[in-house]
Design a protein around this ligand. Sequence first.
Ligand code: PMP
Length: 409
Amino acid sequence: PESLPLDQQLRARARQVLPGGVYGHMKADHTLPPSWPQFWERSHGPYGWDVDGNRYIDLMCAWGPMVLGYQDPVVEAAAAEQAARGDTISGPSARMVEFAELLTSVIPFADWAMFGKNGNDATSTAIRVARSATGRAKFLKATPAYHGANDWFTPNTTGVPAGERANIGYFAYNDIASLEASVAQHDGEIAAIILTPFQHDALVPQQLVDPAFARRARELATAQGAALIIDEVRSGLRLDLRGAWESIGVRPDMTAYSKAIANGHPIAAVVGSDSLREGASKIFVTGSFWYSAVPMAAGIATVKRAAELDLPAVLKASGERFKQGIEAQGAAAGLPVAITGPVQMPHLSFADDPEMKKVFAFTDAAVRRGVLLHPWHNMFLAAAHTDEVVDEALARIEGAFEELAGLGL
Ligand code: PMP
């Protein structure tokens, strides 16, 4: 009926024409609190508006891609200027060379770059390069780390023949003995070890990398003649522009990027070291839109702006403000809440909440108060989350704690 909110009407229509309704990580039905909007009308700066006209302080940042602010004027000017000249043409523009030059100058270990669209393109291409360079089939990954939705990485194996996973070895993140055992089991057959820069699996609190684990992964990959791949699809531009593990002195052979590197424009990148240049030059990877110039122009503007702002430091400051504020509110309300992981990418969880009832009720209440929080996935800070915006979010969240306290869960 027309009296239902537009979001509800669209969900019903979606179920008729989209299999199971909206699919993938942006499906709101069942897995997110009832107040989470499924359909969005527009965005600007730190805000998103749902189709019913409600405004949210958006701490999901489109699940990562927005890192400066929605419709950042500098990035959009660069994109518009390129769009006026052309986007998808019969070959790449000079922007492709310029973006590769920029990334290899900002990321010390990187000597070359290849581009795609989504994070999955970057992680898949990195594995292909490693296999090309080594002539080996296997790669090792942490369980249950997410690196994309292809046949190897999707957490839901419906429709995936078991054989597709025959060349994968597994280990537990931050567990040196487990990684050593996996390497020993596949000794001499390993093309690559792929790792996220910290543990950001869904549903559980996040864990920073143990530097000893990172160093051991580097040693083992080198000893095996395998490529060490860091998947920075989620963390790129938020932790360290030079690479997430630069400050602990561990350099990968390849890094996968997507999400934030063009502030929301569709582009992914793999960057790699000279040792893999030949392997990379032999493979065939491509896509109709992989050469489009507008996202590359947007990427150049985003990465330059990130360097000018020292974006990781900016996000760290606002993330720290958010973490301290929300943890203090939770303690005061007698509902201890933990923000885990790098503060730029906060993950929220309550003490004593085994069935996640508290975190669902709390995030539901926060969303009704105009703050888009997530109950089981990390959130994201952006430069548009100024002190004023973070403080407004915290003021609204105060009411969500009161509501939760009243529920007595
Ligand atoms: N790697 C990581 C660490 C990710 O978080 C994601 C997406 N959430 C991917 C790869 C896949 O990226 P995409 O969805 O753009 O294919």
